[in-house]
Ligand binder design. Structure first.
Ligand SMILES: [Zn+2]
Length: 343
Protein backbone atom coordinates (compact mmCIF):
# COMPACT_ATOMS: atom_id res chain seq x y z
CA UNK A 1 0.00 0.00 0.00
CA UNK A 2 1.42 3.38 -0.95
CA UNK A 3 0.54 6.58 0.87
CA UNK A 4 1.39 10.08 -0.07
CA UNK A 5 2.84 12.34 2.55
CA UNK A 6 -0.43 14.13 3.14
CA UNK A 7 -2.23 10.88 3.71
CA UNK A 8 0.60 9.59 5.92
CA UNK A 9 0.43 12.75 8.03
CA UNK A 10 -3.32 12.35 8.47
CA UNK A 11 -2.92 8.74 9.47
CA UNK A 12 -0.46 9.73 12.20
CA UNK A 13 -2.83 12.47 13.40
CA UNK A 14 -5.65 9.93 13.50
CA UNK A 15 -3.64 7.46 15.59
CA UNK A 16 -2.74 10.25 18.00
CA UNK A 17 -6.37 11.36 18.24
CA UNK A 18 -7.72 7.87 18.93
CA UNK A 19 -7.33 7.79 22.75
CA UNK A 20 -9.13 11.13 23.01
CA UNK A 21 -11.89 10.00 20.63
CA UNK A 22 -12.38 6.73 22.51
CA UNK A 23 -12.58 8.61 25.79
CA UNK A 24 -15.09 11.07 24.34
CA UNK A 25 -17.34 8.51 22.64
CA UNK A 26 -17.24 5.82 25.35
CA UNK A 27 -18.95 2.50 24.78
CA UNK A 28 -21.31 1.47 22.00
CA UNK A 29 -24.17 2.01 24.47
CA UNK A 30 -22.98 5.56 25.18
CA UNK A 31 -22.85 6.19 21.43
CA UNK A 32 -26.35 4.85 20.95
CA UNK A 33 -27.57 7.26 23.63
CA UNK A 34 -25.86 10.21 21.89
CA UNK A 35 -27.54 9.31 18.58
CA UNK A 36 -30.92 8.76 20.24
CA UNK A 37 -30.71 12.17 21.91
CA UNK A 38 -29.89 13.76 18.57
CA UNK A 39 -32.91 12.01 17.03
CA UNK A 40 -35.14 13.07 19.92
CA UNK A 41 -34.84 16.72 18.93
CA UNK A 42 -37.71 15.90 16.59
CA UNK A 43 -39.90 15.41 19.69
CA UNK A 44 -42.77 13.84 17.73
CA UNK A 45 -42.85 10.79 15.55
CA UNK A 46 -45.81 9.55 13.55
CA UNK A 47 -46.81 5.89 13.67
CA UNK A 48 -46.07 4.50 10.23
CA UNK A 49 -48.98 2.05 10.26
CA UNK A 50 -51.35 3.31 7.63
CA UNK A 51 -54.47 2.61 9.67
CA UNK A 52 -53.00 4.39 12.72
CA UNK A 53 -50.70 7.37 11.98
CA UNK A 54 -50.82 8.49 15.60
CA UNK A 55 -48.55 11.39 16.59
CA UNK A 56 -46.35 9.97 19.34
CA UNK A 57 -44.19 11.94 21.74
CA UNK A 58 -40.69 10.44 21.83
CA UNK A 59 -40.23 9.03 25.35
CA UNK A 60 -37.44 10.31 27.62
CA UNK A 61 -35.03 8.67 28.32
CA UNK A 62 -34.81 8.18 24.59
CA UNK A 63 -34.88 4.58 23.48
CA UNK A 64 -34.36 3.13 20.02
CA UNK A 65 -37.83 1.58 19.84
CA UNK A 66 -41.03 2.19 21.76
CA UNK A 67 -44.65 1.22 21.35
CA UNK A 68 -47.24 3.41 19.67
CA UNK A 69 -49.50 5.08 22.24
CA UNK A 70 -52.53 4.17 20.15
CA UNK A 71 -52.01 0.87 18.29
CA UNK A 72 -49.24 -0.53 20.53
CA UNK A 73 -47.08 -1.57 17.55
CA UNK A 74 -43.35 -1.01 17.70
CA UNK A 75 -41.98 2.31 16.44
CA UNK A 76 -38.30 2.86 15.65
CA UNK A 77 -37.06 6.37 16.24
CA UNK A 78 -34.39 5.90 13.57
CA UNK A 79 -37.11 5.34 10.96
CA UNK A 80 -36.64 7.39 7.80
CA UNK A 81 -33.41 8.96 9.10
CA UNK A 82 -29.81 8.47 8.03
CA UNK A 83 -29.28 6.23 11.07
CA UNK A 84 -31.92 3.72 10.10
CA UNK A 85 -30.72 0.12 10.04
CA UNK A 86 -27.45 0.93 11.82
CA UNK A 87 -26.07 -2.10 13.68
CA UNK A 88 -23.54 -0.02 15.57
CA UNK A 89 -23.42 3.69 16.21
CA UNK A 90 -19.83 4.06 17.35
CA UNK A 91 -18.26 3.71 13.87
CA UNK A 92 -20.58 6.45 12.61
CA UNK A 93 -19.71 8.79 15.43
CA UNK A 94 -16.01 8.05 14.88
CA UNK A 95 -16.31 9.00 11.22
CA UNK A 96 -18.00 12.23 12.26
CA UNK A 97 -15.27 12.89 14.86
CA UNK A 98 -12.51 12.55 12.26
CA UNK A 99 -14.39 14.73 9.82
CA UNK A 100 -14.89 17.42 12.45
CA UNK A 101 -11.18 17.32 13.21
CA UNK A 102 -10.45 17.80 9.52
CA UNK A 103 -8.71 14.43 9.26
CA UNK A 104 -9.38 12.79 5.90
CA UNK A 105 -8.89 9.03 5.95
CA UNK A 106 -9.49 6.31 3.40
CA UNK A 107 -12.24 3.77 3.99
CA UNK A 108 -9.53 1.18 4.70
CA UNK A 109 -7.94 3.34 7.36
CA UNK A 110 -11.29 4.16 8.99
CA UNK A 111 -12.22 0.48 8.92
CA UNK A 112 -9.05 -0.38 10.85
CA UNK A 113 -9.67 2.29 13.46
CA UNK A 114 -13.38 1.60 13.88
CA UNK A 115 -12.99 -2.17 13.67
CA UNK A 116 -15.66 -2.68 11.00
CA UNK A 117 -15.43 -3.68 7.33
CA UNK A 118 -14.38 -1.27 4.59
CA UNK A 119 -17.77 -1.87 2.98
CA UNK A 120 -19.53 -0.69 6.13
CA UNK A 121 -17.45 2.50 6.18
CA UNK A 122 -18.17 3.08 2.49
CA UNK A 123 -21.89 2.68 2.98
CA UNK A 124 -21.98 5.03 5.99
CA UNK A 125 -19.96 7.71 4.21
CA UNK A 126 -21.92 7.50 0.99
CA UNK A 127 -25.23 7.74 2.87
CA UNK A 128 -24.02 10.94 4.49
CA UNK A 129 -22.62 12.30 1.24
CA UNK A 130 -25.75 11.58 -0.81
CA UNK A 131 -27.89 13.23 1.85
CA UNK A 132 -25.66 16.33 1.71
CA UNK A 133 -25.22 16.44 -2.07
CA UNK A 134 -28.10 18.92 -2.39
CA UNK A 135 -26.71 21.14 0.36
CA UNK A 136 -23.33 21.58 -1.28
CA UNK A 137 -24.89 23.15 -4.39
CA UNK A 138 -25.69 26.32 -2.47
CA UNK A 139 -22.08 27.02 -1.48
CA UNK A 140 -19.90 25.37 -4.07
CA UNK A 141 -18.44 25.94 -7.49
CA UNK A 142 -19.91 23.85 -10.26
CA UNK A 143 -17.34 22.15 -12.44
CA UNK A 144 -17.53 19.74 -15.38
CA UNK A 145 -16.65 16.18 -14.38
CA UNK A 146 -14.45 15.90 -17.46
CA UNK A 147 -11.94 18.20 -15.77
CA UNK A 148 -11.41 15.53 -13.11
CA UNK A 149 -10.65 12.51 -15.24
CA UNK A 150 -7.16 12.35 -13.68
CA UNK A 151 -8.81 11.29 -10.42
CA UNK A 152 -10.80 8.53 -12.04
CA UNK A 153 -9.65 4.96 -11.86
CA UNK A 154 -10.93 2.38 -14.27
CA UNK A 155 -12.44 -0.49 -12.40
CA UNK A 156 -10.82 -3.77 -13.13
CA UNK A 157 -13.53 -5.92 -11.67
CA UNK A 158 -17.27 -5.86 -11.41
CA UNK A 159 -18.62 -3.83 -8.54
CA UNK A 160 -21.78 -4.32 -6.47
CA UNK A 161 -23.30 -1.75 -8.79
CA UNK A 162 -22.63 -4.31 -11.51
CA UNK A 163 -21.21 -2.01 -14.16
CA UNK A 164 -19.55 1.34 -13.79
CA UNK A 165 -20.77 3.79 -16.42
CA UNK A 166 -17.98 2.71 -18.75
CA UNK A 167 -19.41 3.96 -22.00
CA UNK A 168 -19.95 7.39 -20.50
CA UNK A 169 -16.36 7.45 -19.21
CA UNK A 170 -15.00 6.61 -22.64
CA UNK A 171 -17.20 9.24 -24.18
CA UNK A 172 -15.92 11.88 -21.76
CA UNK A 173 -12.31 10.99 -22.46
CA UNK A 174 -12.87 11.10 -26.19
CA UNK A 175 -14.31 14.57 -25.84
CA UNK A 176 -11.45 15.76 -23.67
CA UNK A 177 -8.90 14.58 -26.17
CA UNK A 178 -10.82 16.18 -29.03
CA UNK A 179 -11.00 19.49 -27.20
CA UNK A 180 -7.83 19.51 -25.16
CA UNK A 181 -6.35 22.54 -26.87
CA UNK A 182 -9.33 24.84 -26.81
CA UNK A 183 -11.42 24.04 -23.79
CA UNK A 184 -10.68 27.10 -21.72
CA UNK A 185 -12.11 30.53 -22.25
CA UNK A 186 -13.47 29.62 -25.66
CA UNK A 187 -16.97 30.69 -24.74
CA UNK A 188 -18.31 33.58 -26.75
CA UNK A 189 -19.94 36.60 -25.13
CA UNK A 190 -23.63 36.01 -24.43
CA UNK A 191 -26.52 38.37 -23.84
CA UNK A 192 -28.59 38.00 -20.69
CA UNK A 193 -31.33 36.13 -22.54
CA UNK A 194 -28.85 33.84 -24.26
CA UNK A 195 -27.19 33.19 -20.93
CA UNK A 196 -30.52 32.15 -19.40
CA UNK A 197 -31.14 29.66 -22.20
CA UNK A 198 -27.52 28.47 -22.15
CA UNK A 199 -27.92 27.59 -18.46
CA UNK A 200 -30.76 25.23 -19.28
CA UNK A 201 -28.87 23.33 -21.94
CA UNK A 202 -27.05 20.07 -21.28
CA UNK A 203 -26.06 17.06 -23.32
CA UNK A 204 -29.58 15.76 -22.85
CA UNK A 205 -31.83 16.96 -25.70
CA UNK A 206 -34.54 19.38 -24.62
CA UNK A 207 -37.54 20.43 -26.66
CA UNK A 208 -38.57 24.01 -27.36
CA UNK A 209 -41.55 23.50 -25.04
CA UNK A 210 -39.36 22.30 -22.18
CA UNK A 211 -37.08 25.30 -22.56
CA UNK A 212 -40.08 27.58 -22.85
CA UNK A 213 -41.31 26.26 -19.53
CA UNK A 214 -38.01 26.44 -17.63
CA UNK A 215 -36.75 29.78 -18.94
CA UNK A 216 -40.15 31.49 -18.63
CA UNK A 217 -39.36 33.84 -21.48
CA UNK A 218 -41.62 34.67 -24.38
CA UNK A 219 -41.68 32.29 -27.35
CA UNK A 220 -40.20 34.92 -29.65
CA UNK A 221 -37.34 35.78 -27.26
CA UNK A 222 -36.60 32.09 -26.77
CA UNK A 223 -36.66 31.46 -30.52
CA UNK A 224 -34.27 34.36 -31.11
CA UNK A 225 -31.92 33.29 -28.30
CA UNK A 226 -31.80 29.72 -29.62
CA UNK A 227 -30.95 30.96 -33.09
CA UNK A 228 -28.12 33.24 -31.96
CA UNK A 229 -26.75 30.57 -29.62
CA UNK A 230 -26.65 28.22 -32.58
CA UNK A 231 -24.82 30.82 -34.68
CA UNK A 232 -22.30 31.33 -31.87
CA UNK A 233 -21.66 27.59 -31.83
CA UNK A 234 -23.07 27.08 -28.33
CA UNK A 235 -25.84 24.65 -29.12
CA UNK A 236 -26.76 21.91 -31.48
CA UNK A 237 -30.20 21.63 -33.02
CA UNK A 238 -31.57 18.13 -33.45
CA UNK A 239 -34.53 16.68 -35.31
CA UNK A 240 -37.92 17.53 -33.83
CA UNK A 241 -36.63 20.93 -32.66
CA UNK A 242 -34.68 19.54 -29.74
CA UNK A 243 -31.54 21.22 -28.44
CA UNK A 244 -28.34 20.20 -26.66
CA UNK A 245 -25.25 22.03 -25.57
CA UNK A 246 -22.63 21.92 -28.33
CA UNK A 247 -19.87 19.38 -27.67
CA UNK A 248 -17.15 21.99 -27.43
CA UNK A 249 -19.22 23.91 -24.86
CA UNK A 250 -19.40 20.95 -22.48
CA UNK A 251 -15.75 21.55 -21.79
CA UNK A 252 -15.58 25.29 -21.84
CA UNK A 253 -18.12 26.03 -19.16
CA UNK A 254 -16.36 28.55 -16.97
CA UNK A 255 -19.44 30.38 -15.76
CA UNK A 256 -18.96 29.07 -12.28
CA UNK A 257 -18.96 31.52 -9.46
CA UNK A 258 -18.66 31.27 -5.75
CA UNK A 259 -20.90 33.60 -3.79
CA UNK A 260 -18.45 34.01 -0.92
CA UNK A 261 -15.06 34.40 -2.53
CA UNK A 262 -15.71 35.68 -6.01
CA UNK A 263 -15.21 33.89 -9.28
CA UNK A 264 -12.76 31.03 -9.33
CA UNK A 265 -11.74 29.06 -12.32
CA UNK A 266 -13.30 25.66 -12.78
CA UNK A 267 -9.87 24.36 -13.75
CA UNK A 268 -8.30 25.48 -10.47
CA UNK A 269 -11.05 23.87 -8.41
CA UNK A 270 -10.85 20.69 -10.47
CA UNK A 271 -7.09 20.54 -9.95
CA UNK A 272 -7.64 20.89 -6.23
CA UNK A 273 -10.18 18.04 -6.16
CA UNK A 274 -7.98 15.78 -8.28
CA UNK A 275 -5.09 16.30 -5.83
CA UNK A 276 -7.40 15.62 -2.90
CA UNK A 277 -8.54 12.32 -4.41
CA UNK A 278 -5.04 11.26 -5.45
CA UNK A 279 -3.55 12.09 -2.06
CA UNK A 280 -6.06 10.23 0.05
CA UNK A 281 -7.77 7.68 -2.19
CA UNK A 282 -5.37 7.19 -5.13
CA UNK A 283 -8.26 6.98 -7.61
CA UNK A 284 -12.04 6.71 -7.45
CA UNK A 285 -14.86 5.74 -9.79
CA UNK A 286 -16.23 8.49 -11.99
CA UNK A 287 -19.68 7.88 -10.49
CA UNK A 288 -18.43 8.88 -7.01
CA UNK A 289 -16.78 12.23 -7.74
CA UNK A 290 -19.59 14.27 -6.21
CA UNK A 291 -19.69 12.10 -3.11
CA UNK A 292 -15.96 12.47 -2.42
CA UNK A 293 -16.20 16.18 -2.94
CA UNK A 294 -18.89 16.22 -0.22
CA UNK A 295 -16.59 14.23 2.12
CA UNK A 296 -13.89 16.81 1.46
CA UNK A 297 -16.40 19.52 2.36
CA UNK A 298 -17.29 17.78 5.64
CA UNK A 299 -13.61 17.70 6.55
CA UNK A 300 -12.53 21.20 5.67
CA UNK A 301 -15.49 23.55 6.18
CA UNK A 302 -15.55 24.24 9.89
CA UNK A 303 -17.80 27.28 9.42
CA UNK A 304 -20.64 25.28 7.91
CA UNK A 305 -19.88 22.09 9.80
CA UNK A 306 -19.31 23.44 13.28
CA UNK A 307 -18.85 20.86 16.07
CA UNK A 308 -21.98 18.73 16.44
CA UNK A 309 -23.63 19.95 13.27
CA UNK A 310 -22.76 16.87 11.21
CA UNK A 311 -24.42 14.64 13.80
CA UNK A 312 -27.41 16.97 13.81
CA UNK A 313 -27.50 16.86 10.03
CA UNK A 314 -27.45 13.03 9.99
CA UNK A 315 -30.22 12.91 12.60
CA UNK A 316 -32.37 15.26 10.55
CA UNK A 317 -31.60 13.92 7.09
CA UNK A 318 -33.65 11.36 5.26
CA UNK A 319 -32.90 7.69 4.93
CA UNK A 320 -30.74 6.83 1.92
CA UNK A 321 -31.28 3.25 0.76
CA UNK A 322 -28.57 0.84 -0.35
CA UNK A 323 -30.13 0.79 -3.83
CA UNK A 324 -29.80 4.55 -3.94
CA UNK A 325 -26.09 4.26 -3.13
CA UNK A 326 -25.58 1.76 -5.95
CA UNK A 327 -27.56 3.85 -8.39
CA UNK A 328 -25.86 7.14 -7.57
CA UNK A 329 -23.89 8.58 -10.47
CA UNK A 330 -22.19 11.98 -10.46
CA UNK A 331 -23.78 14.21 -13.10
CA UNK A 332 -21.75 15.71 -15.96
CA UNK A 333 -21.19 18.77 -13.83
CA UNK A 334 -20.85 18.61 -10.07
CA UNK A 335 -20.09 20.74 -7.03
CA UNK A 336 -16.85 21.32 -5.17
CA UNK A 337 -16.06 23.70 -2.31
CA UNK A 338 -12.85 25.46 -3.34
CA UNK A 339 -9.88 25.92 -1.04
CA UNK A 340 -10.17 29.31 0.73
CA UNK A 341 -6.89 30.63 -0.67
CA UNK A 342 -6.77 29.00 -4.09
CA UNK A 343 -6.47 31.70 -6.72
ZN1 LIG B 1 -49.80 3.36 15.85
Amino acid sequence: MTHTERSQANWIMAIHAMPEIHAKLGSELDCEQVVMSALATRKYIYCKRRDCGHKNTIPIPTVRTFTCEKCCKEISITAKTNFHGAQKFKPRLMIIEFQERGITLSANQLAKLADVSTDTINRIQKRMAIAAANEIEKLAIEIPTVLCTNAIGRRTKKTPADEPPVSEEFDLQRRIQANESNFSNSRPELTELEEAVFHELSDEPKSFDQLFETTRMSASSLGAALMTLELKGCLERHTGDRFTLADSMQLSITIFESDSSGAKSAEGVARYLVNFVKDYFQAIGRKNLQLYSVLDWFCKDRTHWSPGSLLEFCAASRQVTYEEILDYVTPLTFFVIPEPDTS
